[in-house]
Design a protein around this ligand. Structure first.
Ligand code: ARG
Length: 273
């Protein structure tokens, strides 16, 4: 069972009753690789670590940042993505730069790193507890921004983009906060699962790295990933086989211009099929 908090697109969200998103896809690929059945429990973000610790859930995967504090309670897998904390504001709102954030109300999702950093003291780069209002989900925090209960929201960059796209009149400030790494939380005792998951992640990430070394576009990566999966299915091979693929001259010739894309995007493309 994977514990998550499915109001965090594109990592995890619900479409009707169905769980979707990058984390869900990666988890499904890991489960398939390990020949295990994936079940998903949608819980409050703040109860994921405790639930993993107590053995209620086998793993926690929720765009979850590796932090020193969390490492006291659980182990983390290898990291599979990076995130950055950003600030969402109203297009014509009171906050137009980081300098405007003194004295305004800041919305966050309860127990996230955005919450933890923002409520820290000003000496430590935060805005103090009184400035911060914590909501159950990131989506709730964004709703509070829309209805002027807060003047900005601090949240991870990819969900921020998804929320801004889905709601008119919002934008992301052109300034980045803390950089973070996402990983899967696993109980400290369960080193067996930790090793298995890391093995599966390595296999998947190799694919991402393979695409990355070609520096092709996301579209091309998806096309390529689909092609790989077709071969995998046709010949009934497991996916680490692509380890052996050689990068040809022609591949290398393509490495010049193109927009970089993340390993996560590749992994997602890879897992899609
Ligand atoms: N990366 C942040 C953290 O670890 C936010 C994660 C929130 N995830 C979620 N599924 N709601 O604290």
């Amino acid at each position: 069972t994977m514990a998550t908090n499915a109001a965090f697109p594109p990592y995890e969200y619900k479409e009707g009753e169905e769980f979707k998103g990058i984390d869900v896809e990666i988890a499904a690929a890991i489960a398939e690789y390990l020949d295990m059945e994936l079940e998903i429990a949608d819980v409050e973000f703040g109860s994921i670590i405790g639930g993993v610790q107590s053995g209620k859930f086998d793993m926690g995967m929720a765009g979850m940042t590796v932090t020193e504090d969390r490492l006291q309670n659980v182990n983390f897998s290898s990291t599979y993505a990076t995130g950055v904390q950003v600030v969402i504001v109203k297009e014509d709102g009171a906050v137009q730069s980081l300098d405007d954030m003194e004295g305004v109300k800041i919305g966050v999702q309860q127990d996230t790193t955005g919450h933890i950093y923002a409520s820290d003291t000003p000496e430590k780069g935060g805005y103090g507890e009184d400035a911060v209002i914590a909501y159950k989900t990131g989506a709730d925090a964004v709703q509070a921004l829309i209805t002027d209960k807060v003047q900005c929201v601090i949240i991870d960059n990819e969900p921020a983009k998804a929320f801004v796209e889905a709601n008119k009149g919002l934008k992301i400030l052109d300034a980045t906060w803390v950089e973070e790494e996402y990983a899967i939380a696993i109980a400290k005792e369960n080193t067996e699962l930790l090793e298995k998951i890391n093995g599966a992640l390595d296999a998947g990430l190799e694919v991402g790295v393979y695409f990355y070394s070609q520096a092709i576009t996301t579209e091309e990566a998806i096309e390529e990933a689909n092609f790989v999966m077709e071969q995998v299915q046709r010949y009934d091979i497991t996916f680490p086989i692509v380890y052996d693929w050689e990068i040809t001259e022609a591949d290398n010739a393509r490495t010049s211009n193109i927009a970089p894309y993340t390993v996560t995007e590749c992994a997602a493309a890879f897992c899609d099929t």
